[in-house]
Design a protein around this ligand. Structure first.
Ligand code: GLV
Ligand code: MN
Ligand code: MN
Length: 412
């Protein structure tokens, strides 16, 4: 069977999808369940229908586009990723796995392949934590990692609940129905940009992912006392932002001194209230993101951070409340899928690296219910989550080809 990828169409579809954005090009902002996201979803749905796929949604809005196999009752071979994009993001994160997955399916159809197992393209809801504060909302629910009641409690910054947002977006049905049975997937394989510099540095066009690092995040509220920036004397101050600054630097230090390059920690949001030049910050909200390939090391950083919160609270006479939003275990890829990916690379004499994903992905959660693996392609300078994120059309097409070969091996 000779599989060919339509690189030109795939590239132009990536451009088309990037036009559904709430930011000026080249930046892409596409937050889950906004009108822009809903238009992008409708566009993808029509592309999937054009390819003869049967499209369904679950109650949280995960889309399942299925190429029905000759044995419709057999377990499913899944692929896919997400199309939501954080504020001021690029065109490729998630999108390469969705449109590359769709093109892989079309390429198999053109090659005359007939799958025994159905092949299903998944477009996960809210891989990004932007709106509801927790990443991988759709795949957490599919895998039973996030219970329906916990999902109902999630709200965005405007106080709109995930429950209302999904219903307004037209996602009917009960959240209790979202969880998939353990027997549903035979395998799940996700194509994604690396979001790091290693493939480019090592001059390898492909990465076969054997492990996904363990992410955790915390919400922190620091409450001090506000007041006049001129009137309140320094010894009397209980400045919430100064306390938050100590927390941020202590977190950086805890990650840097963990003893491993795989430990990373970030404070990505720092909201200061009231946010006036001549007013002492009374309240600060921080979002904290901590990750590691090693669970114990990751948890040590969390513990250190929580200790620093207590010590800083006492020292600076401010209230500090930290709440763990998520602390997930890492995932190992399934050996059979890794073997299929390697075989597909070798068939075309494509060099590849076996590697770890430091970013999290929906595959992390699908791994709780099915064997998974991921295939990485390089992105320029390792840039991601920024407007100049870039993956070359030939690298994307190569990834889609290896994905197609792999899906064929898994689905026959
Ligand atoms: C996913 O977007 C991540 O933050 O790893
Ligand atoms: Mn992302
Ligand atoms: Mn992604």
């Amino acid at each position: 069977m000779k599989i060919t990828i339509d690189q030109e169409r795939l590239s132009s579809e990536i451009e088309d999808l990037a036009a559904f954005s709430d930011a000026d090009p080249p930046a892409v902002t596409r937050i889950v369940f906004t009108p822009t996201d809903l238009k992008a979803r409708a566009w993808i749905k029509s592309r999937c229908k054009d390819a003869g796929l049967v499209v369904k949604y679950d109650a949280i809005g995960n889309a399942f586009a299925r190429w029905v196999g000759s044995d419709p009752d057999a377990s499913v071979v899944g692929t896919g990723s997400h199309i939501d994009a954080i504020p001021n993001a690029g065109k490729y994160d998630g999108v390469v796995g969705v449109l590359g997955g769709l093109e892989a399916i079309r390429a198999l159809q053109r090659a005359g392949f007939r799958p025994r197992h159905s092949i299903e393209l998944l477009i996960f809801t809210a891989e990004e934590p932007t709106r509801f504060g927790i990443g991988c909302l759709g795949s957490r629910m599919l895998s039973g990692t996030l219970a329906p009641d916990a999902a109902r409690q999630l709200t965005d910054n405007d106080g709109v609940s995930a429950e209302v947002a999904r219903k307004n977006a037209g996602q009917a049905g009960e959240l209790e129905q979202v969880r998939l049975p353990l027997s549903y997937y035979k395998a799940f394989v996700e194509l994604h940009i690396e979001q790091g510099p290693i493939l480019e540095r090592e001059r390898k066009p492909l990465g076969v992912v054997e492990k996904i690092a363990a992410p955790a995040s915390l919400r922190v509220l620091v409450e001090g006392a506000g007041g006049h920036a001129g009137g309140v004397l320094m010894p009397d101050r209980r400045d919430a932002l100064c306390a938050a600054a100590e927390l941020i630097l202590a977190l950086e230090d805890a990650a840097r001194s963990s003893g491993a390059i795989d430990t990373v920690a970030t404070v990505g949001i720092c909201d200061v209230f009231p946010g006036a030049v001549n007013s002492i910050p009374a309240r600060v909200r921080l979002s904290v993101d901590i990750r590691d390939t090693n669970l114990e090391r990751r948890d040590r950083v969390i513990k250190t951070f929580e200790e620093v919160c207590r010590a800083t609270s006492a020292k600076r006479r401010v209230e500090i409340r930290s709440e763990l939003v998520n602390a997930d275990a890492p995932a190992e890829s399934g050996p059979a899928i890794v073997a299929a990916l390697r075989k597909a690379c070798e068939k075309h004499s494509f060099p590849f690296l076996t590697m770890t994903s430091r970013a999290y992905h929906d595959s992390l959660f699908i791994s709780r219910i099915a064997p998974i693996a991921m295939l990485f392609i390089p992105c320029r300078n390792g840039y991601s989550h920024r407007p100049d994120e870039y993956a070359a059309p030939e690298d994307i097409a190569r990834g889609a080809l290896v994905l197609a070969e792999t899906l064929a091996m898994l689905a026959e």
